[in-house]
Design a binder for this molecule. Structure first.
Ligand SMILES: Cc1cc2nc3c(=O)[nH]c(=O)nc-3n(C[C@H](O)[C@H](O)[C@H](O)COP(=O)(O)OP(=O)(O)OC[C@H]3O[C@@H](n4cnc5c(N)ncnc54)[C@H](O)[C@@H]3O)c2cc1C
Length: 462
């Protein structure tokens, strides 16, 4: 058994763990990262990146198959052909490029990387059975970053034609029909992508609406687009069983229905990865199903830190990365705390949805009076030139001092506006700050400017 020592031992090489390790290495801390599977974790291998690649490919395929927009600008084409094997190879090549890049960044930061499963012995020791043999690692600080995995339903266990998001991203053919159980962002993103690739998609959601975490005003344009794509959406419905290429569903009115589905994607949530590697021996304090951490990502045991999905919602890569960077800096002696005003959330659906900070309802509950300003993309020149003027930007601010509390948008490509929205919140911007900032013309970001003007009572272009 190799005996290794280090200052920082990071378990898990997803966006939380690999960022923590890179930053620790940059700060001169002797660091070892252990990853059981592939560097990059869920995000790079089976999450954010492959899903966005698939969404892009599906959008391109659909754009050619439904060429109304192309005809309008004077283009006509023959019938397109999709070679899905090449689509998958292209997606996988992006993943490989990025995960190889993570390996190189770790090396550059002088982080030692072991590929193998870590088993925790105590708060300062872990054993690893790696490709290079058995190792016992003694560390001064332990950073837990083991992430999360998909949740299955007892009536719909993963295997065969019942797919997790990981399985759906690994399909080598587009199924003729696909039932998606769960209308959160993962189910909606993948469901829409497969619909655009040619599958007959049905979405089954137990709650009364799709994307339950977003308000109805934001999801309305998406509901219309789903109808255009021929996606059937059953809300208030429960999936009961699957047999013979049919999903049995109890509809909102109690009636049972059978839905033809060559494959079923179960996307009902993700569970923190907590067992199977000795974590229980530390007896750390929990917060529901997650590890309890404080504002510095410290757990209940001294010098044991936890970051990313295993520490709770929102389970998003950018939160994991921000926590990872912060923990490395704290271990290096810097004063830091996780005190971000807002963590943006994006659905890469069609149209995309962005939400940063408080919605109008949440703002009303927290403050006496608020102002809300809307600006629709149908009055935005850039949206028109992009042939997609569905959606709007909405800004929410306090009525007394005009401090921006939240910004939401729905529309084509609005994910790229999220940085401006987050910056406004993080900088404590007031409506006047946004209104007095010159936004380049013609851009979709002008809708943010105009929404602030609207909240102040004097929009210019509507
Ligand atoms: C389909 C899909 C799409 C998504 N899209 C987005 C998106 O667009 N934007 C976004 O922000 N988030 C998205 N997410 C969520 C995002 O992937 C996660 O929030 C993020 O990966 C969490 O990072 P993490 O470092 O906490 O854990 P993970 O990325 O899950 O990484 C944990 C790593 O730890 C390793 N590990 C576990 N146990 C051990 C052990 N004992 N020893 C060694 N290694 C171990 C695992 O192998 C894994 O590689 C998506 C997720 C899915 C499934």
């Amino acid at each position: 058994m190799n005996e290794l020592r280090c200052k920082v031992l990071v378990i898990g090489g997803g966006p939380g763990g690999y960022v923590a390790a890179i930053r620790a290495g940059q700060l001169g801390l002797d660091t070892i990262l252990v990853e059981a599977n592939k560097l990059g974790g869920t995000c790079l291998n089976v999450g954010c990146i492959p899903s966005k690649a698939l969404i892009h490919a599906a959008g391109a395929a659909h754009g050619l198959r439904e060429p109304r927009g192309l005809n309008a600008i004077g283009l006509s084409i023959g019938a397109p052909k999709l070679d899905y094997a090449r689509t998958v190879a292209w997606k996988d090549a992006i993943v490989t490029r990025l995960t190889t890049g993570v390996g190189a960044l770790l090396k550059k930061a002088k982080v030692r990387t072991l590929l193998g499963t870590a088993t925790i012995v105590d708060g300062k020791t872990a054993t690893v059975s790696a490709d290079t043999g058995e190792s016992r690692i003694a560390a001064e600080h332990l950073v837990l970053a083991t992430g999360s995995g998909p949740v299955e339903l007892s009536a719909l266990k993963f295997g065969g034609d019942i797919l997790s998001s990981t399985d759906a991203l690994a399909l080598t053919d587009v199924p003729r029909s696909l039932a998606v159980v769960g209308a959160g962002y993962i189910g909606m993103e993948l469901g829409m992508a497969f619909a655009k690739l040619g599958a007959k998609v049905t979405i089954v959601e137990a709650l009364p609406k799709i994307l339950p975490l977003y308000d109805a005003e934001l999801t309305q344009p998406l509901v219309r687009r789903l109808a255009d794509l021929g996606v059937e959406t059953l809300v208030g419905a429960r999936a009961i069983a699957y047999a013979g290429s049919a999903l049995k569903v109890a509809a909102a009115d109690g009636a049972e229905r059978s839905i033809a589905a060559e494959k079923v994607l179960v996307a009902v949530g993700r569970r923190a990865r907590m067992s199977g590697f000795g974590l229980e021996t530390l007896d750390l304090t929990m917060s529901g199903p997650f590890l309890r951490i404080d504002a510095t990502c410290a757990t209940s045991m001294r010098n044991v830190w936890a970051i990313g999905d295993m520490t709770g919602e929102p389970m998003l890569a950018h939160r994991a990365m921000a926590q990872g960077e912060m923990v490395a800096e704290i271990i290096a002696g810097k004063k830091r705390a996780f005190d971000r005003v807002a963590i943006p959330a994006i659905c890469f659906t069609d149209p995309e949805i962005v939400a940063v900070g408080l919605s109008p309802d949440a703002a009303k509950a927290a403050h006496d009076e608020i102002r809300v300003g809307h600006f629709p993309f149908r009055a935005n020149a850039r949206a028109m030139t992009l042939q997609d003027d569905e959606g709007f930007v909405r800004v929410v601010a306090r009525a007394d001092n005009h401090v921006v509390l939240g910004v939401q948008a729905v529309g084509v490509g609005v994910s790229e506006l999220s940085a401006a929205f987050s910056l406004a919140l993080e900088m404590g911007a007031r409506l006047e700050d946004v209104a007095l900032t010159i936004h380049a013309h013609p851009t979709m970001s002008e809708a943010f400017h105009e929404s602030a003007l609207a909240a102040l009572g004097h929009p210019l272009h509507i």
